[in-house]
Design a protein around this ligand. Structure first.
Ligand code: GDP
Length: 444
């Protein structure tokens, strides 16, 4: 998310960095570009106008602090305003109530409600040892009930058996009784969605909410729908008084307009981001970290947290040590590293989180998916030990042999070698910047 906005702002601020003094004119010029950047990122027009006005008021007439350059000063003001617009601090689910805490999930069909329900339950089960009950109120789509059953069981939650012949209010009541009887900590109600806002659906949801009085009504917004997500959120909020937003599919959204507009338009915080189809693709939303990421300052805290959760630190340290000892980065290391990185998420996302690395890696082909990793593994394993250690040995005839041995093509072998060389360059750069391993070692 935010790639395009981030790139534009980077250029704008670069110009400002060269200026010795902050004048009304150069602030105005910079803010005009920030305004265009925000609109291009699909940020709501009113939100953009208010944002620019606030930054301008703060920037003009402010004494440039001796310790800062004018460019840094404006970036700091924009950063703080971005944080303010997205909601200051992370707000999590309100679990402080007497259990069972009732969380109602609402949103349009296909926004990601069912998937997100399972993701949230997984998080609570794995991280907080909560006992979760899930119930589907979608009596219109038996497939949706089945889907909740499947994903719910996958994450170790209990799923209430329901029938399409029941009425949603009955199911909600039964689920609440069951949650009380069974000593559940959290009850998730996965409600029905429609393709568009629909009066009948809204009144059904309002009825259910009035009946069970949920502690949380989370609106699931599809980030890829941009401004539509914002207006639908406003509609749901007007009707249901939502307590927060889960912004799904942020992995498919390069612009980030919904993330920057929803809070300002609805007054309700984004609590979580959906970051992938898999059931661990969920992150708490931290406005300050996201603002830093947008401004290309790198979201080191999230990077380290992701890394700590998923990666075999020993492997990473070994790799880092190897680089520090200048033994060189070989194709075998490349394979290990790819396998590690794959666990963390896409490489470009990660690179975006490392301060300074984004610019260095611009335009490089870095992303890998599961299938690619398997092919990559096959190619590297079809090389001789010598070849793995010294990739320069791999000439045309060796490439043909490796391609045949791994069931791939010479083009693929070439592509891998190209990626390897790019990564080798990146590793050298990171090594010079202190490196990922060192950074994580400091956290240990
Ligand atoms: P519902 O109709 O609102 O319950 O939506 P679903 O949970 O069935 O999700 C609709 C589609 O979106 C499914 O194919 C999900 O796999 C996909 N999806 C949900 N959340 C995410 C996400 O964060 N990232 C991506 N890429 N896909 C998601």
């Amino acid at each position: 998310m935010f790639e395009s906005l981030s790139d534009r702002l980077e250029i704008t601020f670069k110009k400002l960095k060269g200026q010795g003094k902050l004048s009304e004119q150069n602030i105005k010029d910079a803010l005009r570009e920030v305004r265009i950047a925000l609109l291009e990122a699909d940020v709501n027009l009113n939100v953009t106008k208010a944002f620019i006005r606030r930054v301008q008021e703060k920037a003009i007439g402010v004494e440039v602090l001796k310790s800062l350059t004018p460019g840094q000063q404006v970036i700091k003001i924009v950063h703080d305003e971005l944080v303010a617009v997205m909601g200051a601090a992370n707000e999590s689910l309100n679990l402080a109530n007497q259990p069972p805490v009732v969380v109602m999930m609402a949103g349009l069909q296909g926004s990601g409600k069912t998937t997100s329900t399972a993701k949230l339950a997984k998080r609570l089960i794995d991280k907080e040892r909560k006992k979760c009950l899930l119930a589907s109120l979608d009596v219109y789509r038996p497939a949706a009930m089945k889907q909740l059953q499947t994903v719910g069981e996958q994450v170790g939650a209990t799923v209430l058996p329901t029938e399409p012949t029941e009425n949603p209010r009955e199911i909600a009541k039964r689920a609440l009784e069951e949650a009380k009887k069974g000593g559940f900590d959290v009850l998730f109600l996965d409600t029905a969605g429609r393709l568009h806002i629909d009066e009948a659906l809204m009144s059904e949801l309002a009825d259910v909410a009035a009946l069970v009085n949920p502690h949380e009504i989370l609106f699931v917004a599809d980030a890829m729908t941009g401004q539509d997500a914002v207006s639908v959120a406003k509609n749901f909020d007007d009707r249901l008084n939502i307590t927060g937003v889960l912004l799904s599919k942020t992995d498919g959204d390069a612009r980030g307009g919904a993330a920057l507009s929803i809070r300002e338009v609805t007054g309700k915080p984004i609590k979580f981001l959906g970051t992938g189809e898999k059931l661990d693709g969920l992150e708490p939303f931290h406005p300050d970290r996201v603002a830093s990421r947008i401004l290309g300052m790198g979201d080191v805290v999230s990077l380290v947290e992701t890394a700590m959760e998923k990666v075999d630190l020993e492997e990473t340290f070994k790799l880092q040590e190897k680089l520090a000892n200048k033994k060189g980065f070989t194709l075998e290391d490349f394979l290990t590293q790819m396998q590690q990185v794959q666990k963390m998420g896409s490489i470009s996302d990660l690179v975006g989180m490392i301060p300074g690395a984004k610019q260095a890696m611009k335009g490089k082909e870095l992303d890998v998916d599961d299938k690619q990793i398997k092919r990559l593994e096959a190619i590297i394993l079809s090389m001789t030990k010598k070849e793995r250690q010294k990739h320069a040995l791999i000439n045309a005839s060796r490439k043909r042999r490796i391609a045949a041995g791994s069931g791939t093509s010479v083009q693929e072998v070439n592509k891998l070698l190209k990626q390897f060389v790019q990564t080798q360059t990146m590793m050298k750069k990171l090594g010079g910047m202190g490196g990922l391993g060192k950074m994580m070692k400091g956290m240990k």
